[in-house]
Write a protein that binds this ligand. Structure first.
Ligand SMILES: Cc1cc2nc3c(=O)[nH]c(=O)nc-3n(C[C@H](O)[C@H](O)[C@H](O)COP(=O)(O)OP(=O)(O)OC[C@H]3O[C@@H](n4cnc5c(N)ncnc54)[C@H](O)[C@@H]3O)c2cc1C
Length: 435
């Protein structure tokens, strides 16, 4: 078989990349090793920049119609006696423009929306149940059942997630950081009017609740590493109580989980490959970076990688400027953005990692100040949204720490919008030129 672009892996990243290329008339073959839907929970929170990407791909409405819109994340800090001690908000409304909300959508359903959109193009070929085993000279070596075959292509893009064969073939290493906690994660029914996200913590406990459509809610509950096995030996009522203690809103709903079967263990990791591109190969998504799930960014980084690499590769084919060194534009745009998001997610993880009262006090104070200071609030939401990047400076840190007073003045809309990435920031080769 012969194609313009071969993509290994049909997760969110690989599918978004395939759709983007297919829409621009590039011949694409994508191999996905799974023949059926994945049984594990994965990312479900779509940030504003990902919604902008999907808008440009023509699937925004479909996604909105099948998601639960989240405007506000409610952060509750409880006392030892489980009374609300402090409440602050992360509010997407501070972001001007059309993309000022996050959306929760079932992961497999999002994949099927993107796959169906890509399948409308004759130049897209989807090889289900087909694993990429490695690479030959200018070919990808594939296996379906016992049958082995090769695909010849101009470019090979690896979107195979954490254990990427393309990354291995590129000889790019990743050094994994682990955390001092794991998570239980499960989806269960919720009350109809429970639609905003909630992060509920005490000095030594953490529960995240993210409402999905169809009156369901995805949850993550922090546990010490190694506790999963012992927990599963306890009656399921023990699990119910862990949740209802912290979130009375799930009482009467979480009990609909009648055993431990659906409750999965999620082990957070962090890594960042030192390079995304080598020769005519590139990697996207979890193949090149993994982030702690606290900030809900993993899937969004894959989508945003796919947007930049897809636009670049499509321009290369359109302009017949096929020199592989052009692929470096993708890395130039995405690396620093991804690095910033990795650091943000890491900091958010650390804020909940240490079960000590002084840490809980500092966390509560920091969130309070972030909400009170309009510039800090905007910076936080902008960085999380992916629409732009505005790093915190020393003054911001002093305000968060209570050393300096909060600023009361709102930022005007046009000043906020100046911080958004422009098309020139996203696709700089369009003005600077390809080789
Ligand atoms: C268990 C788990 C739970 C997670 N939970 C959350 C969460 O709660 N919140 C959050 O924000 N993020 C979460 N994430 C992260 C988020 O889901 C990922 O960042 C996101 O899915 C990355 O997308 P991707 O397309 O890069 O990779 P993936 O979604 O991992 O997709 C990779 C695809 O490639 C396929 N594949 C692998 N190897 C091959 C091969 N050799 N040949 C062909 N196909 C191959 C796989 O079957 C898979 O379909 C989770 C990740 C994992 C692994």
């Amino acid at each position: 078989m012969k194609t313009d672009v071969f993509i290994g892996g049909g997760g969110i990243g690989g599918l978004t990349l395939a759709l983007k290329l297919a829409q621009r008339g590039v011949q694409v073959i994508l191999a996905e090793r799974m023949a059926a839907k994945a049984p594990t929970y994965k990312g479900e929170l779509l940030q504003p920049k990902s919604m902008q990407v999907f808008d440009e791909l023509g699937v925004f409405e479909q996604i909105c119609n099948r998601s639960n819109e989240i405007k506000v994340l409610d952060m509750l800090e409880l006392s030892s006696s489980l009374q609300v001690k402090d409440q602050s908000f992360m509010d997407y409304n501070v972001l001007p423009g059309k993309y000022n909300a996050a959306y929760m959508m079932h992961h497999e359903e999002l994949k099927s929306v993107i796959l169906n959109a890509a399948c409308e193009y004759d130049n897209f070929k989807y090889l289900k149940g087909t694993a990429c085993k490695g690479y030959g000279y200018k070919t990808a070596v594939l296996q379906k059942g016992t049958e082995k075959f090769e695909v010849e292509a101009e470019f090979f893009f690896g979107a195979e997630g954490r254990s990427s064969v393309t990354r291995k073939a590129m000889d790019v290493e990743v050094k994994q950081t682990t955390y001092n906690h794991h998570f239980l994660t499960v989806t269960f029914p919720r009350a109809k009017d429970f639609t905003d996200g909630k992060i509920i913590s005490t000095y030594n406990r953490f529960l995240g609740l993210f409402p999905l459509p169809d009156d369901q809610v995805r949850s993550v509950y922090l546990i010490p590493p190694g506790d999963y096995k012992q927990l599963k030996e306890k009656p399921i009522s023990h699990f119910h109580k862990l949740y209802t203690d912290l979130a009375p809103i799930v009482d009467g709903y979480v009990q609909q989980l009648s055993d431990w079967k659906k409750i999965q263990l999620m082990i957070p990791v962090m890594y960042h490959a030192n390079s995304y591109v080598k020769g005519n190969k590139a990697i996207i998504g979890d193949a090149c970076h993994a982030v702690h799930p606290m900030a809900g960014e993993g899937m969004n980084m894959a989508i945003q990688d796919a947007d930049i690499l897809g636009e670049l590769a499509a321009d290369m084919f359109e302009q017949k400027k096929m020199h592989a060194s052009n692929l470096k534009w993708y890395e130039n745009v995405r690396y620093k953005r991804a690095d910033h998001v990795i650091q943000l997610s890491h900091l958010a993880a650390l804020a909940y990692s240490f079960p000590f009262k002084p840490v809980s006090y500092i966390r509560q104070r920091t969130f309070e100040r972030m909400e009170e200071d309009p510039i800090l609030h905007f910076k936080q939401m902008l960085n999380v949204s992916g629409l732009g990047m505005w790093k915190e400076n020393v003054r911001d840190r002093f305000i968060q720490g209570g050393i300096m007073p909060v600023r009361m003045k709102e930022l005007p809309k046009d000043r906020k919008e100046l911080k958004y990435y422009t098309p020139e920031d996203d696709y700089p080769w369009k003005t600077e030129g390809l080789k």
